[in-house]
Design a protein around this ligand. Structure first.
Ligand SMILES: Nc1ncnc2c1ncn2[C@@H]1O[C@H](COP(=O)(O)OP(=O)(O)OP(=O)(O)O)[C@@H](O)[C@H]1O
Ligand SMILES: [Mg+2]
Length: 164
């Protein structure tokens, strides 16, 4: 596990761009944190880092937005940006094809993953955001589940050390 702090929306966005450079096909990122914690802003930074050109908005009402992007390796892939906030029953996950998209070889970003903890893949990068001491500060706590994500977390630590 490791923790990084950002001092402004811009820093969170830039951290997202840095995360994106390390992502690969099949990666799953769970973004937890209260309303307004910065999950969508971080997702926008990640999408920008994956060279997504269309506008990335909050999928709160649509539950899922799909974007086309390019990974650091140059591979073209889809980004599945979920927001589970409005879902109430696990059956709704099946309705939106949650498992299908997670196994489709793109990159999945899941806001409000804690709504359905038992229906998430067990291997994932889990990131929790909270507001720090001042209103523009955010504490990002990253935890890896599974070998791929332990490796990703190590790489991210190095990026974070060199940026902040
Ligand atoms: N350091 C920071 N990092 C991220 N956002 C910040 C920071 N400081 C202030 N903010 C503000 O916090 C808000 C974060 O909004 P955002 O929509 O990303 O939150 P969210 O976690 O996706 O919320 P929701 O659960 O409603 O989807 C933005 O208005 C942003 O400008
Ligand atoms: Mg959001």
């Amino acid at each position: 596990m490791f923790v990084i702090k950002t001092n402004s929306p811009d820093e969170t966005y830039t951290f997202g761009e840095n995360v994106a450079k390390l992502l690969k096909s099949g990666d799953i990122l769970c973004l937890a944190g209260d309303l307004g914690a910065g999950k969508t802003l971080l997702s926008q930074g990640i999408a920008a880092g994956l060279k997504v050109t269309e506008g990335v908005s909050s999928p709160t009402f649509t539950v899922l937005n799909v974007y086309e992007g390019v990974a650091g390796s140059g591979q073209e892939l889809s980004i599945y940006h979920f927001d589970l906030y409005r879902l109430e029953h696990p059956a709704e996950l099946a309705d939106i094809g949650f498992d299908h998209y997670l196994g489709a070889g793109g990159i999945a970003i899941i806001e409000w993953p804690d709504k359905f903890p038992e229906f998430l893949p067990t291997e994932r990068l889990w990131l929790t955001m909270k507001t720090g001491e001042c209103p523009s500060e955010r504490i990002l706590c990253l935890t890896a589940e599974g070998t791929r994500y332990v490796e990703l977390c190590e790489e991210l630590k190095q990026v974070a050390d060199s940026c902040y």
